[in-house]
Design a protein around this ligand. Structure first.
Ligand code: MSP
Length: 504
């Protein structure tokens, strides 16, 4: 079974911010989860290096386009490496094979008669690098880029006709309930498809946009940046050829801001060539700052992922974002205070505390040798472990979707509460009998191990804590026998460092 997962390719007109980190982390969590389920995964992320915004920024820094693109793409790749994103491929639209694929794609559409040349006057947003309809605007401004002025632009361009495919696309969306998730964004897409579709402009005259891929049928034009960028999802595999087993078995992770290019333009670009649309668009809302404004480079209200990493670590950031996925869509408010609060409440006070007190007791009383069970478990103990095993085992039981993640996390945190209550109630430090005290430690430690196993896709570094506990990770732990969680030597490492409270 194969799972091909993509993130958007990000504009390089600034440094990566937490919004870019967010989508890429989501995609990586799902990739890791699908691997636990036994799927063969391919995760692609990357950078969108053409278009006027990027060219303008290179000029501002007095750099040539190629050096500028190398520098910025490297900073995205570097951040994603530090965020433990296990990507298979980092796509760059400046690569030669991508340019060839875009040209082949455009030529194939042109030969099929799907492209027309005509004059067009429209409202243009430089932030989106798109013509917008007046109905898209709020107070005459682009809702995503309220600080930029909408311009009226008139020019002759090449267009892909979308309207002939509208009905086919509606039927596709209606016939594939999973095509776009969650439901709220599916309704949004169907709403967009209710009106006749304007043709998609696929070119920019070189006189206005210098940085792009030349159209193969007219050297005065480059491909419009969105037409070029969407093709990255196939160009990286083998310049437009069929991708055995990977296409159309693809899941595009996107923010709600780019539903139209992915839900309308991209499927129609493919349909127009007789290629099946992607299997799935997984859409999330925006991370918003105070006042509900989308965090972006243009608005200048983004949080620097490095500041977050410096305060709560990579896993702390991944955890916050995963916990705050809105399963039914909608935006997520984020601030450094909220991230630290969540870290302290869940990771330090609940999970960290559970590990520290259990490991501390095992150290003091049993010389770090993990004690065995003393006879069989009570039904309460058994049920507690059964619940946590069930939550952790979700990754193994089914291909997890983005919207399942907050539920899994919630259940694991409930289990941490339950295990903390269990050890507090049993108070093994007050029990004289070593076997009985050891039993409580062993049950608590088993719960802690299962909780951490369930968090591995979200927080891959938790594996290091598990190693110090001597846990067998990851697959065999989810055997029905929850007591085979620790390795044969049963020795705790002295240097377990779980999550410690952060003060800012
Ligand atoms: N280059 C295009 C995408 C082309 S894909 C074929 C683009 N780039 S972008 O840099 O603007 O990235 C947009 C995406 O980044 C969003 O759809 C979302 O996935 C992520 N985010 C950017 N800002 C975000 C927030 N404030 N909040 C959450 N995600 C955000 O559009």
């Amino acid at each position: 079974m194969k799972s091909y997962i993509t993130t958007p390719i990000y504009y390089i007109n600034g440094d990566p911010h937490i919004g870019h980190a967010n989508t890429t982390i989501m995609a990586d969590i799902i990739r890791r989860g699908r691997e636990f389920y036994g799927m063969d995964t391919y995760l692609q992320t990357g950078c969108d290096e053409h278009g006027q915004k990027n060219a303008d920024m290179a000029r501002q820094l007095d750099m040539n386009n190629a050096d500028y693109a190398d520098m910025r793409s490297a900073s995205f790749a570097d951040l994603f490496n530090r965020l433990d994103i296990g990507y298979t491929n980092f796509a760059r639209t400046s690569s030669l094979h991508h340019a060839c694929c875009v040209q082949d794609f455009a030529m194939a559409l042109y030969r099929r008669g799907a492209i027309v040349k005509k004059p067009y006057t429209g409202l243009y947003c430089r932030g989106c690098e798109q013509f917008r309809l007046s109905s898209d605007l709020r107070d005459d401004q682009c809702p995503d880029h309220p600080s930029l002025k909408i311009e009226t632009i008139e020019e002759i361009n090449y267009f892909l006709r979308l309207e002939p495919y509208r009905q086919e696309l509606i039927e596709w969306v209606e016939g594939h309930p999973d095509f776009i998730q969650p439901e709220t964004y599916r309704s949004e897409l169907l709403e967009m498809l209710r009106q006749p579709l304007e043709d998609m402009c696929i070119s920019r005259p070189k006189t206005r946009v210098s940085l792009g891929i030349e159209l193969p049928f007219d050297s005065d034009y480059v491909a419009y940046v969105w037409f070029d960028a969407l093709i990255n999802y196939i160009s990286q595999h083998d310049a437009g050829a069929q991708i055995p087993g990977w296409w159309p078995n693809v899941e595009h992770f996107i923010g709600k801001d780019i539903i139209k290019p992915h839900g309308v333009y991209w499927p129609i670009m493919l349909m127009a060539l007789g290629v099946e649309p992607p299997a799935k668009l997984t859409v999330h809302g925006m991370l918003v700052g105070p006042g509900g404004l989308k965090m972006s480079k243009t608005a200048g209200n983004g949080i620097n992922p490095d500041d977050v990493i410096g305060t709560v670590g990579v896993d702390g950031l991944r955890y916050y974002l995963a916990k705050n996925i809105r399963p039914y869509g909608g935006d997520t408010q984020v601030s450094m205070d909220m991230i630290v609060q969540t870290y302290n409440a869940d990771l330090a006070n609940k999970i960290g505390n559970l590990i520290t007190r259990t490991a501390g007791l095992i150290k003091r009383r049993f010389g770090n040798v993990i004690p065995d069970l003393n006879g069989s478990m009570s039904s309460d103990e058994f049920n507690m472990l059964k619940d946590v095993r069930k939550a952790a085992g979700t990754w193994w039981d089914k291909p997890v979707n983005l919207h399942d993640i907050p539920g899994i996390i919630e259940q694991l945190i409930k289990s941490a509460d339950q295990a903390n209550r269990y050890i507090a109630d049993k108070a093994p430090w007050k029990i004289d009998n070593d076997d009985q005290a050891g039993h409580v430690c062993r049950v608590t430690l088993s719960a802690a191990i299962l909780i951490m196993i369930g968090l591995i896709p979200v927080m891959p570094n938790i594996k290091h804590v598990l190693e110090k506990i001597g846990a067998k990770t990851p697959m065999p732990c989810i055997s029905p026998s929850v007591f085979n969680l620790v390795k044969e030597n049963h020795i705790l490492d002295e240097t377990i460092v779980p999550f410690k409270k952060v003060v800012i």
